[in-house]
Write a new protein. Sequence first.
Length: 451
Amino acid sequence: MISLTFYGGAGEIGGNKILLENGGAKVYLDFGESFDFGEDYFYEWLEPRSANGLECYFEFGMLPKIPKLYSRSMLQFTDLPYQSSDVDAVFLSHHHSDHIGQLAFLDEDIPLYLGRTTNAIIDAYSTLFPTLMNIGDHNKLHQFSSGDKIPVKDLTFRPIHVEHSTPGAFGYVIESPEGNIVYTGDFRRHGPQRAWTEEFIAEAAGSKPRIMLCEGTRMTPDPENYYDEEQVFEKIKGIMERSRGLVLGEFSMCNIDRFNSFYRAARETGKKLIVDTKYAFILDRLRQFLPLPDPREDESIKVYYKLAKSRGYGEKDYAKFEREFMGNMISFQEVKEHPKDYVMFTGFNKLMEFIYVQPHNADYIYSSSESFLEGEENKDQRRVLDNWLNHFGITLHKAHCSGHAGKSDLEYAIRAINPDILIPIHTQNPEEFKKIHENVRIVRRGETVKI
Ligand SMILES: [Zn+2]
Ligand SMILES: [Zn+2]
């Protein structure tokens, strides 16, 4: 019997935390945090103290009281006694918080499997943003590459790369004597790495799976609104060609496909792309896994250094990791004097630099999830951003495409893989899958399905 328990990822977008039990093996597929986690009980400064471990989360039933799962230190103020873990493994699909966000609660001895690139990203983020990225300690951390075969008791896990809005994303084909299982993780097939997703779909189809756990972020009843990465690139390039001043670009740090679209567009329009020191560090760390420019010397990249408190640009003014890129430094004076020569990576938390750069008549390309610009919950930030843009006379543009497969690509993947049973996950519209497949099993959070 194959048993699947959905501690997260069912009836919601994100929060994947799926327990797979089969033939004595006990494995979690991702261990993420739901996007609405804590919303009902915490608010800004009203937040749990990390030193209290799981105490506060158990109080409100925010995490299930599962024995033999959590670490000794996380359980110390709770009524759930620590016992050594019986979980054989946790397999991660990629580094987004809705897939790894609660790893810090786990027993350190549970083996953790993740892709090499995922590990490099987590490492780099933990160095740069230690409060945002904390996966805790793990004594048995195993890195894999696409196509590896990883045995866990009677099961064999085969991670296969997929394209998503970050590199290092994997889906899994899980071979079981009782029928194979496919887990898509998060994926798309409308960007430059779509061949990875095709490879995954072919492998998954070849396994003739009994069960497919399929993400459905964009499986909505609305008509499809489809943009691909190439269209985003063309739009960005057009804005750069027409711009009368500095071009500012806001995009997610790990969206390397988007970085490449900006980089390519900057090169093709005779401009240089300015990144900050943190971005330079990320590029540098990912260069061993992906074809990326060297931020130390690439002729189309410049690394922006903020004016230090000393009002200078000395080595001692910057953190150790920042000093590596000083040979390729650019400061606000150069950007202010020759704005048309540059495209500058920016974001809400970097607006203060505008006071130095003085980007009058600039173009601001917002190239990230629309929810920030359109969502009610961000309206205060949006008002502040608008005020800054108005103050400097900056024109706002949008150019973005999703990291998730659209409806037609989901349909393509499901028809190609053709499982006996389809279980929609990471979606708010599981019913929509019934239009594509005749045997859809809809699951709720906390529910166990036995097949
Ligand atoms: Zn996700
Ligand atoms: Zn994701």
